[in-house]
Design a protein around this ligand. Structure first.
Ligand code: 13P
Ligand code: SF4
Length: 309
């Protein structure tokens, strides 16, 4: 494994490539990345990257967003099948009909969607700026929010604003079991529950903090508590534990009786160190976005980045 990591690091220099990785990637991949972050941080890094190649260790919509923001770079993704259940829950043709059925609404989409969906949007948001982005829209303008209904409901609760919600969700964050979570909290009564807003309302209602993956890491760093139950994809625990080596981090349990007693994103885990290496050698699979879609999709993403500053 070490030898493979060294080969990747050497090749990265030769090819003038930068590796951007999401917190849900395997620890080995996070270790060889130039930057590890949440969707917003990764978009900001991708926009300003000046390497020739951006190797995106994440899922397809993230790499596609990088390509939209920095089209002159070669953007590669170790496994093209690394999709996202949320992105897949929103097919463009059906979404277009949904928009047509709600005239006068502005369309705000969570970044976990395809370039085609972004091209139909007025604004894009991530989990770290969703509340701020929705709150930036004048109150008299009705909003369609897609594709995540759980995040949508959370924003409604935070802003006091009703929106028309698309019926999409993340399989990983809907896998948490409330009963098991309550039982676990009873065993660790001093632990703070922290949750990603893609989780269902009954999970979010138990949480002391709700936020993006970066937000959750910041919270455990600054909180005076020493124990946390973490309701998001288990890959985050690697970086989180490095940031707070003396604190106890417990993954929230999922309904499935799986091996890690947590919830893992099968899409994120499709990327492996070997695939990262092969991808860098072959400069493939490459992410391509048609120019007509790209120019339309860029507008709401850039609006989001401006509003996030
Ligand atoms: P973050 O932007 O909070 O990292 O979330 C990305 C994601 O896909 C969560 O499932
Ligand atoms: Fe998509 Fe859920 Fe995986 Fe995030 S955790 S990439 S929302 S399927």
């Amino acid at each position: 494994m070490q030898a493979l990591k060294e080969k990747i690091l050497a090749l990265k220099k030769v090819k003038n490539a930068v590796i951007l990785a999401h917190y849900y990637q395997e620890p080995d991949i996070q270790e060889i990345a130039d930057y590890v972050g949440d969707s917003l941080g990764l978009s900001q890094e991708a926009a300003k990257a000046d390497a020739d190649i951006i190797l995106f260790a994440g899922v397809h919509f993230m790499a596609e967003t990088a390509k939209i923001l920095n089209p002159n770079k070669k953007v590669i993704l170790p496994d093209l099948n690394a999709g996202c259940s949320l992105a897949e829950s929103c097919p463009p043709e059906i979404f277009q009909k949904f928009i047509t059925a709600h005239p006068d609404h502005i369309v705000i989409t969570y970044v976990n969607c395809s370039a085609e969906i972004k091209a139909m949007s007025h604004l894009v948001c991530t989990s770290s700026n969703a509340v701020k982005i929705v709150a930036s829209v004048p109150k008299n303008i009705p909003i369609i929010f897609a594709p995540d209904k759980n995040l949508g409901r959370y924003i409604e609760q935070q802003t006091g604003r009703k929106m028309v919600l698309w019926d999409g969700s993340c399989v990983v964050h809907e896998a948490f079991s409330l009963d098991k979570l309550i039982a676990l909290h009873q065993k660790h009564p001093n632990a703070k529950i922290i949750a990603h807003p893609e989780s269902e309302k009954h999970i979010l209602d138990t949480a002391a903090y709700v936020g993006s993956t970066s937000g959750m890491i910041d919270y455990v760093k600054t909180s005076s508590a020493s124990e946390f139950i973490v309701a998001t994809e288990a890959g985050i625990l690697y970086k989180m534990q490095q940031e707070v080596p003396d604190k106890i981090l417990i993954p929230a349990p999922s309904v499935e009786n799986n091996t890690c007693a947590c919830s893992e994103c099968g899409f994120m885990k499709m990327n492996t160190l070997q695939k990262v290496y092969d991808c860098l050698v072959n400069e493939s699979p490459e992410i391509k976005v048609a120019a007509t879609i790209r120019t339309k999709a860029l507008v709401p993403i850039e609006r989001m980045l401006e509003l996030s500053n």
